[in-house]
Design a protein around this ligand. Structure first.
Ligand code: AHR
Length: 655
């Protein structure tokens, strides 16, 4: 990241033929706000399995669904072993009924199998932990190793003494520290054993799992580099589990939170809506701990009675779904002596999680067409709203639709708006919420299609791109200036595995190799805006377009102005004068300016590693009129804040 820091007092304007934009900000008269920035997570783009969920072994338990047949994908035999899928009479569990049978056949010496991971495995000199389950009689050692897929170089291995029994499943633990880092991520995990020690010609294996060190050291936890790239965004709001993943393809395949709890051997996995089978290793508890570890407020989506195939739960069959949502809420925030709170306590978290927002369904105006939306307005949303409000009067219930489409949300429900837009469209929607009295969240937002193109009739743009990011910033400003009624803004989709994805637009891209974890151009804008949370908006006057802005008092009691400069006349920079009522001459503020590349379609490319966003920090002094003067180039984004670290502190903190 290019960060330039300098102390540049009283910057003033360069010569410009464009007339200055004078912005005056009143000291009082705005609205209190607790608007928050965050993101939606569902498993799309292998953002969970193969993404933030740190499991390294792909297809670890041979899970499957109707759409995704069970397979040996990612597994290969080693030294002549014969691999096949097996359905034993006594499987590892009811939920994991298929195992991998490894037959010795005519093979001699050490045989076994290897796994390619999620398109590679990152091997570093740190501790890997995991386990595998074996059924069958074997005397001898297993050898677990991490090796190069290119030339078989072994970076680290460990022998594990067999405690296997002939007729029962036995778990064997793995602890492995490689002697050296691998030069790239083209590596495999391999498990071998001595064919001579196998009594009955074959062994069965299941739930073969290996984790690197995880974020905050949690067992079954999150991948450190991806979690840190998210944490550095200062997110304080977290919406999960969707998104389409929550709805499921059919009534039988909605994301049932109950099936995502407890020991991994009791998780069947989940046929997700994004074209692959999920492990469900990233389950409800893992989501809650993720939010807790990053200090994020929750919006939990509960199944609302509509599936993506358009199936609508009839009114007289809705009650079990309402009860299920109430149980889920009790699991999350009920006392440890309540029925579901006790289950949470059993799983190691007796203290209730804080839960103030519950959303009913997802985009109910979409999948079921007119009938789905009608049923949502007529009975589905009102029934959930009433039941949740009666049981938990303090919970804000969110409808999955917005009033901007003419929908009158029954009180005290609030709305959810999902603008996936061309950058120009954020300008045309700038005033959308200005006169809207009902609160909303912007539950999913990103710039998805280039200006002038065919929009949703064509594919998404291949990456977040600079003009898309600045257009998106105009959107963020439009929400934050209504921050008393827009409770939060959520980026979506948040992550993308570069090897397998459905949506190209994402905040962060990743692959097995952490060096490819890439913060997109969107990331820099969201990070900057989220780093300056407001507690109060302040009334602002001044011309809009090409400059869009919001001002307020920050949670640190400082004065803050956030702005985005979009397309200017003749591409000229815009002189800006920002005066806060009551600010005296000589008051200092830091201006953080994000500028982009010459090519507005440029993006942050994981393979070149070049960041096209330049960040500049300057300290300004208010002039004789108490105004801060500076220039904003076309397609730039800025935050001015009277609270900042002085240069010496900056130097100190960067040591
Ligand atoms: O973010 C991708 C998808 O877009 C979400 O699953 C859905 O809610 C929206 O249509």
């Amino acid at each position: 990241m290019a960060i330039l820091r300098s102390v540049l007092l009283a910057v003033g304007w360069a010569v410009s033929s464009v007339s200055a934009i004078d912005i005056s900000i009143k000291a009082t008269g705005g609205n209190a706000t607790s608007h928050q920035y965050g993101f939606l997570h569902e498993d799309i783009n292998h953002s969970g399995d193969g993404g933030i969920y740190a499991e390294l072994i792909r297809n670890r338990a041979f899970q499957y669904g109707e759409r995704f047949p069970v397979s040996l994908a990612a597994w290969s035999p080693v030294n002549g072993a014969k691999l096949k899928l097996n359905r034993l009479d006594e499987p590892l569990s009811e939920e994991l009924p298929v195992s991998m049978n490894v037959e010795t056949g005519n093979a001699d010496g050490r045989i076994g199998f290897s796994n390619t991971g999620y398109w590679g495995i990152d091997v570093k000199k740190h501790k890997y932990t995991g386990s595998f389950w074996v059924k069958g009689a074997y005397e001898g050692n297993f050898t677990a190793s991490l090796q190069s897929a290119l030339n078989g170089d072994v970076f680290g291995s460990v022998d594990i003494e067999s405690t296997s029994l002939g007729d029962d499943w036995v778990e064997h633990e793995i602890e492995l520290i490689p002697d050296t880092d691998a030069p790239n991520s083209n590596n495999t995990f391999t498990l071998t054993f001595d064919s001579a020690g196998v009594k009955d010609g074959s062994l069965d294996f299941n739930l073969i799992s290996l984790f690197p060190p995880t974020y905050r050291g949690r067992k079954n936890g999150l991948r450190v580099d991806i979690a840190e790239a998210l944490e550095e965004l200062h997110p304080t709001f977290f919406r999960f589990p969707g998104g389409n993943m929550l709805e499921g393809d059919s009534i039988d395949t909605w994301w049932d939170w109950k099936a995502s709890l407890g020991p991994l051997r009791n998780r069947r996995g989940f046929q997700n809506t994004w074209g692959y089978q999920m492990t469900n290793g990233l389950g409800l508890m893992e989501y809650l701990l993720w939010a807790e570890d990053m200090g994020m407020e929750l919006i939990v989506g509960v199944y609302g009675g509509l599936s993506l195939d358009g199936y609508i739960v009839p009114e007289d069959e809705l009650q079990p779904w309402v009860d299920d949502a109430l149980n889920q809420i009790e699991f999350i925030r009920g006392p440890a002596n309540s029925t579901w709170g006790a289950k949470r306590a059993e799983l190691g978290h007796p203290e209730p999680f804080e839960l103030n927002y519950v959303e009913i369904g997802n985009e109910d105006w979409l999948a079921g067409g007119a009938a789905g939306w009608e049923s949502y307005k007529k009975y589905r949303f009102p029934t959930f709203l009433k039941a949740i409000n009666e049981a938990y009067p303090d919970i804000t219930v969110i409808s999955s639709g917005a009033t901007t489409d003419g929908y009158r949300i029954p009180e005290p429900g609030i709305g959810d708006y999902h603008p996936y837009r061309k950058p120009d469209e954020f300008l045309s929607e700038f005033n959308l919420f200005d006169n809207e009295p009902i609160p909303h969240v912007i539950g999913e937002v990103s710039s998805t299609h280039p200006n002038g193109g065919i929009g949703w009739d064509g594919p998404l743009a291949p990456w977040p791109w600079w003009i898309g990011s600045v257009g998106g910033a105009v959107g963020l400003i439009s929400y934050e200036r209504n921050a008393d009624r827009i409770y939060g803004t959520f980026y979506a989709p948040i992550l993308r595995n570069l090897n397998s994805y459905q949506w190209a637009i994402t905040m962060i891209q990743h692959a097995a190799d952490p060096a490819l974890t890439t913060r997109s151009t969107d990331w820099y804008i969201w990070e900057l805006f989220a780093a300056h949370p407001l507690k109060e908006t302040l009334p602002v006057t001044g011309d809009l377009n090409p400059l869009f802005y919001v001002a307020g008092k920050s949670t640190k009691d400082s004065l803050v102005w956030k702005g985005a400069c979009y397309n200017t006349t003749d591409h000229e920079s815009v002189p800006v004068s920002v005066s806060f009522e009551g600010v005296e001459t000589g008051t200092r503020a830091q201006l953080t300016l994000l500028t982009g590349p010459e090519d507005p379609y440029a993006y942050n490319d994981p393979w070149s590693g070049v960041n096209v966003v330049e960040t500049t920090n300057n300290v300004l002094e208010a002039n004789e009129e108490g105004a801060f003067e500076f220039e904003m180039p076309e397609l730039s984004v800025a935050v001015l804040d009277t609270h900042f670290e002085e240069e010496s502190e900056l130097e100190e903190s960067s040591k």
